[in-house]
Design a protein around this ligand. Sequence first.
Ligand code: AMP
Ligand code: MG
Length: 492
Amino acid sequence: MTVHFPFQNTYATLPEGFFARVAPTPVASPRLIKLNRPLATRLGLDPDRLETPEGAEILAGKRVPTGAEPIAMAYAGHQFGHFVPQLGDGRAILLGEVVDIDGVRRDIQLKGSGPTPFSRRGDGRAALGPVLREYIVSEAMAALGIPTTRSLAAVITGESVMRETALPGAVLTRVASSHVRVGTFQYFAARGDTEGVRRLADHVLARHYPEAADAERPYHRLLQGVIARQADLVARWLLIGFIHGVMNTDNTSISGETIDYGPCAFMDHYDPAAVFSSIDELGRYAYANQPRIALWNLTRFAECLLPLLADNKENAIEQAQFILGEFPERFTAAYQAGLRRKTGLFTERDGDEALIQDLLDAMAKNRADFTLTFRRLGEAALEPARDQELRQLFADPAACDEWAMRWRRRLEDEPQSAAERALLMRSVNPAFIPRNHRIEAVIQAAVSRDDYAPFEELLEVLSKPYEDQSALSAYADPPEPHQRVLQTFCGT
Ligand code: AMP
Ligand code: MG
């Protein structure tokens, strides 16, 4: 028996200009590093078969499975504000789509599987470090409950790739509800190809917004839908301290999933201006800038749709602006509601927003760890004796004491028992996030010693981020000063 993928390839039925047909480039000696067995099962794939040598060859791009129609997708994009009319999948190849056990269509894509007509000067390959990084962070995001692309497998190719030095080559199998980005729309819009924009819009309406497809003004509804999902997504990012790092329009998914884990990072101490990416010199994609950038990217999306919104350009612009105006409200509502849950305020009172802002200000001023502050707040909500563990996180613990007094007074107005509140808070405040220093240690062990035990252990702890996991509790700790990672790299 061979490995069977029940492929259905709807994207490949779009006109030729949407993609280039290209097979993955065979590699020397693939070795499976990790298979996401639960995800494979959800996709209707047989994990045991994928773990055979044949499975590893498929996941490394050495063998094209039956039913696949491999393509590289065309797209454009604004990179750090500058428009590039042609980017495209330069190191990724879409094998095809499968419908998962929930009935959702998912792309199965190999990333790092060799050059394509869109590679420009790149080698089409990926190094092991960034592949492990994407695997870890995307699966952590999924476990945290945040919309994201997933990782089905990581293989090493047996070949090396040249970056600053020679590094082990690897391929990641990425699973997404689709790989259509804002940049995909820009590709056609920039060419004045309104028919292309319409075909693409119809494709994503059917695939991601079926309720809008049948509505009266489907393209208006599409714009609204993408705006709503992106507003919710970016709010979720802020609520767990996530910094995407490269929020270019080609990395902004139409389905509302987090996509493209390059130099992303979770912050340790709370700092609204936090930037980790080595290539983000101006802090364009800093933590607190992310909502503004998302709106900028969505404005580029709206521009692509203008010809579909109204016959007259001025009317179209007016309608687009009106819909874009929904973003700030939607984002703020999602973000504030999330902050309320994180602080244990489940009813609304005047002054709540200011109370929460004062906590954030005190955290910033005192370099308090973002994740641990909220986690310990939940514990302190139950047992005031545990205030000590909370206040320790603040450079000046008195700043925390003063705030906690006001907070406790406010909690008296809440209907829940302390135990109920603590439980609710635990369910939104993770103990474990993929901290940068842990990811670096995992990559170091894999690249220099071929040791994947730290990778496995980190994945294990991150798969249950809201549980205490006392045996692995050290993974909750922020880095020691000498372990701090100050910069992250895309590694492309
Ligand atoms: P990213 O920074 O991963 O969002 O990629 C931006 C663009 O660069 C996309 O068009 C990628 O396909 C392309 N790219 C990134 N790395 C490589 C590589 N090693 N070889 C070819 N193209 C690449
Ligand atoms: Mg990208």
